[in-house]
Design a protein around this ligand. Structure first.
Ligand code: TRP
Length: 457
């Protein structure tokens, strides 16, 4: 298949490669950093319950929708809508344009946090945590993010790394990298779980994660859970549309989406089971927010033999997970710029990354020199984070569902998601079609308007 400019389109080569790349996009800082910190800030198990509902009812259908759009069109996020909107009067491709912009918005802060993770891998390796007490790990983190030069430098190191993989290409870069590294992450998380769960007092953490108190569920909490579901599954802006365009005709789209949603959720729960037992065992507060990971994990590993080795491995793997997610974010503008504007892959990658690093500095400096600079009452970091997860991704999700449910319609859905009838999943597809036409758009809209305080239910 050729793109608009006559280049051969690359793609993922095997079923396992498809799973690795799409799961590699989903698994990232969202699981090990955002999920635990948001669970802690929103009261624990009840938030987890609402989150799981959002994944199943909304996140999963949006992911299948994006796969359908991407694979059917065989094009980048803007080109895909253009090709499929046929009659061409309704400007659906603006959804694609907004998605490309959203990739930048997310990368502005994501690369900064990934920089903290890279820095922590390096600190752990060089022994910065040997012999420190649990309380000292908190000081080390606040001192680190309170400085400007280190975090900025690491953000650029992150961007260079991600760019190098993207320049290597879809098959040799994205697919190969994710396939080797995901299994290692999984094993390491399990080791963390065993250590955290055998700490004295660990039970309180497990209870916090699994015994719900529904009085804590308010409208903004539901919106936060929905936003996290979008962010976690990499949906609502066109990452999975772009990756979908690299998926072969014989692959089973709904089944791959289900596997990604399941495995991704498992990784989040495992991360929670590594972090919350430690929070309670060491007497930290669960609502510490973004710093939670960086304080508890070093504290956990300090208590065990070979702690420095395991701590280094943990942050190296967290860095890898973050990198797999970031390549999927950077691929969105790169696919767009190369296919729609004829830029070379190298030029598209480097200019996009440079823009991400330049504006992204505002987010990174939000914990130091710009900590007092507020826009709409938030630091740049919080603003980029809030806007992307709580507004841009849900709105994108509504449009994607409506496009697939109404514009493409039941026939095209049935054709694309059953590979022309060769997969016997007609009943599943009927439910899916109903969900993307009615249930998901209405549910997202209600949660959005309630969470933003526009309506009160
Ligand atoms: N899902 C990734 C994570 O949890 C982040 C991510 C990658 C993402 N691509 C995305 C978030 C697209 C939203 C949209 O770390």
């Amino acid at each position: 298949m050729n793109d608009n400019h006559g280049h051969m389109r690359e793609g993922f080569t095997t079923t396992l490669g498809v799973l690795a790349a799409t799961l590699g996009s989903a698994v990232g800082l969202g699981n090990i950093w955002k999920f635990p910190s948001m669970t802690g800030q929103n009261g624990g198990a009840a938030f987890v319950f609402v989150y799981l509902l959002c994944v199943l009812l909304i996140g999963l259908p949006v992911m299948i929708s994006e796969f359908i759009i991407g694979r059917r069109a065989q094009a980048n996020n803007v080109g895909a809508f253009r090709k499929l909107e046929t009659a061409g009067r309704a400007p659906w491709h603006l959804t694609g344009v907004a998605g490309v912009a959203a990739a930048f918005l997310i990368m502005f802060f994501y690369t900064g946090v990934a920089g903290w993770v890279y820095a922590y891998a390096f600190k752990a390796l060089t022994g910065a945590f040997s012999g420190v007490t649990a309380a000292e790990t908190a000081d080390i983190f606040s001192t680190y993010i309170g400085s400007a030069a280190g975090p900025l430098a690491w953000q650029w190191i992150v961007l260079v790394t991600v760019s190098a993989i993207i320049i290597a290409g879809v098959t040799k870069g994205i697919e190969r990298m994710t396939k080797t590294l995901l299994p290692i992450l999984f094993v390491l998380l399990l080791i963390c779980n065993i250590r955290a769960l055998t700490l004295p007092g660990a039970g309180a953490g497990v209870e916090y994660l699994f015994r719900p108190d529904f009085t804590k569920v308010t409208a903004p909490v539901v919106l936060a859970a929905l936003g996290l579901a979008f962010f976690k599954l990499s949906v609502g802006m066109g990452t999975m549309t772009t990756y979908g365009s690299y998926i072969g005709r014989r692959e089973n789209l709904p089944s791959n989406a289900l596997k990604v949603a399941f495995a991704d959720t498992l990784v989040s729960l495992l991360a929670g089971l590594a972090i919350f037992p430690a929070v309670f065992a060491f007497g930290f507060e669960p609502d510490a927010g973004p710093s939670l990971l960086f304080i508890t994990i070093p504290a956990v590993f300090q208590t065990m033999p070979l702690g420095q080795l395991f701590l280094t491995m943990f942050f190296v793997l967290a860095a890898i997970a973050a990198t797999g997610a970031m390549i999927s974010l950077l691929e969105v503008p790169v696919a767009y710029l190369t296919e729609e504007h004829g830029w070379s892959r190298v030029k598209a990658t480097l200019l996009s990354a440079a823009a991400m690093g330049t504006v992204g500095a505002l987010a990174t400096l939000s914990t130091s020199v710009l900590s007092e600079t507020l826009v709409f009452g938030r630091t740049f970091f919080d603003l980029f984070d809030f806007l992307s997860s709580n507004i841009v991704l849900p709105v994108g999700g509504i449009l994607i569902c409506l496009f697939v449910g109404w514009k493409l319609g039941p026939k095209a859905i049935a054709d694309e998601a059953s590979n022309g009838g060769s997969i016997r999943n007609a009943a599943v597809l009927r439910v899916f079609t109903f969900v993307v036409r009615y249930v998901a758009p209405v549910a997202i809209l209600l949660v959005l308007l309630n969470g933003l305080g526009v309506i009160k239910a």
